[in-house]
Design a protein around this ligand. Structure first.
Ligand code: NAD
Length: 496
């Protein structure tokens, strides 16, 4: 018996608006269609942006402490609905419950960050910049901001954006990934319950047509984007051409250097999580291990053992959770498998093979087991393209210099990590590697809410990153006020 489809309405002016049809949303654990994500276009975007523009003046003039209070309440509601949110993320994305919990904690920290907005909005001031003249900076919101998000973190990535944007005094239109729109709907319901005035936060579902309408709408002042590199580049080019501020996070290919002196057990544990956690569908996944000298002999056999022990299964039930869930769609599964096959054709060797894995109670789910490919060379497709699945490439390096050189050949620049006991090697690596987020014995150096998510090169287009103080700067514009007061004796003021 098939279950009824779950509702996936737009949210405009405080109204939940159902629209028929749209893109199929899967439960990747079973392959079943669980919802249809409507395909909004210019009409829906216009409606949402006009509503957000109309709501802006009153929200801008709401004192920051009152705006923060909404997010204190929102924080409570997200915490109270934590399990529901985790289940929604697991069901539409395929993350294990533990992974879903972790991602929502990261999102919750962004709400907590937004609660601090009264102090984050402080300006600078200097008395007497010239005789009798004072100078103050004021941080003011922009107006209507938009967020366009990817499939791989259905709740966390939207939470990277709208709490800070709205706490700064902006209004917001969110366009979630059409592959995972249901977590965003739940986040919107909770924000409504937190008492946010109607029209301050809106959701319009859809794909390219929705995005294009946002990118070209004259009343949208800023765009935050997270997704693949070609689309990030397109968003940045089109958005800036239309006069908007744009921050666009793109894809990645992150290297993990393993030095011969690395702690074997800890390295294996952390590299496994970095490569196979969230089924490798993370922009901070450690997708290539650069094994330096004897590190390959010391660490690789243990890594292969660990990969083979990873249990794959469905994540949509309450039942005991597997170590790893499915990938997002059948099409993506086939793409990842074909990249591994291409690696073999190009001369690499698969030393742990997760292809063809079957999950007995979910034969139509999109499963791939943990896979390790050894002997990868820089000119192979596997080394060049973002795979975005549970596949770890291994490249063997003579020394640290060669490893840094290899990591720095990447067009991307999101994350990089080193496993070593040697402070000097770690210091050299952190200074010389071309990546915005670096881990020392930390496999996934993704930053938390108070630090910016600092991708470089093809992993980021824009000037101010998402999260931390940079996001407050992104969502505000500065006004510098120079003031001087004429008059005689100050005591005159009180005479009348
Ligand atoms: P994607 O680029 O396919 O989609 C992202 C968003 O763009 C979605 O909302 C989608 O509807 C929209 N979109 C897709 N094609 C479009 C087009 N032609 N024109 C306009 N809009 C379009 O990305 P995805 O597959 O959902 O997510 C995975 C990618 O996101 C990976 O490359 C991953 O590395 C990246 N990612 C990056 C970060 C980061 O912070 N750097 C974080 C998470 C994910």
């Amino acid at each position: 018996m098939t279950s009824p489809l779950l509702p996936c309405p737009d949210f405009i002016a405080g109204e939940w608006l159902a629209r028929a049809g749209g893109t199929a949303v899967f439960n990747p654990s079973t392959g079943d269609v669980i919802a249809e994500c409507p395909a909004g276009g210019a009409a829906e975007v216009n409606a949402a942006v006009e509503v957000a523009a109309a709501a802006f003046p009153a929200w801008r003039d709401t004192p920051p402490v009152e705006r923060a209070r909404v997010f204190f309440k929102y924080r409570q509601l997200v915490e109270a609905n934590f399990d529901r949110l985790c289940q929604t993320v697991s069901r539409e994305h395929g993350k294990t419950h533990a992974e879903a919990r972790g991602s929502i904690f990261r999102g919750l920290e962004n709400i907590e960050y937004a609660c601090g907005i009264p102090t984050l909005l402080f300006g600078d001031s200097l008395r007497n910049i010239a005789r009798g003249v004072d100078c103050d900076t004021i941080n003011l919101p922009l107006g209507v901001c938009a967020g366009i998000t990817p499939f791989n973190f259905p709740a966390m990535v939207p939470l990277w954006m709208f709490p800070t944007a709205i706490a700064c005094g902006n209004t917001f239109v969110l366009k979630p990934s059409e592959k995972v729109p249901l977590s965003a709907v739940l986040l919107g319901e909770l924000l409504e319950q937190a008492g946010l005035p109607k029209g301050v936060f809106n959701i319009v579902h859809g794909g390219r047509a929705t995005v294009d309408a946002l990118l070209t709408h004259p009343k949208v002042k800023a765009i935050s984007f997270v997704g693949s590199t070609p689309i990030a580049k397109y968003i940045w080019e089109t958005g800036t051409k239309h006069g908007k501020r744009v921050q666009a996070n793109g894809g990645a290919k992150n290297y993990i250097v393993i030095m011969p002196d690395a702690d074997v057990a800890k390295t294996v544990e952390n590299v496994s999580v970095a490569a196979f956690g969230c089924a490798g569908e993370r922009c901070m996944a450690g997708s290539t291990a650069l094994a330096v000298g004897a590190a390959a002999e010391r660490v690789l056999p243990e890594l292969v053992k660990a990969a083979k022990a990873i249990k794959v299964g469905r994540t949509d039930g309450a039942a005991p959770q597997p170590d790893m869930g499915p990938v997002i769609t059948q099409q993506h599964l086939e793409r990842v498998e074909s990249l591994v096959a291409r690696g073999e054709q190009e001369g690499a060797k698969v030393i742990a093979d997760g292809r063809g894995v079957r999950v007995a109670d979910a034969p139509r789910g999109f499963y791939l087991g943990a896979t390790i490919v050894d002997g990868v060379q820089n000119n192979m497709t596997l080394a060049q393209e973002e795979v975005f699945g549970p596949v770890l490439n291994v490249m063997r390096m003579d020394d640290l210099d060669a490893a840094i050189e290899q990591a720095n050949r990447s067009a991307f620049g999101n994350g990089a990590a080193i496993f070593t006991q040697n402070g000097r090697a770690a210091r050299e690596f952190t200074l010389r590697v071309k990546a915005g987020m670096v881990g020392v014995n930390v496999g996934v150096p993704a930053t938390m809410a108070m630090f910016p998510f600092t991708g470089w090169d093809d992993s980021f287009y824009g000037d101010l990153h998402i999260q931390g103080k940079e996001s407050v700067q992104f969502y505000t514009q500065q006004k510098v006020v120079s003031s001087r007061w004429f008059g005689g004796d100050v005591a005159d003021v009180w005479k009348k």
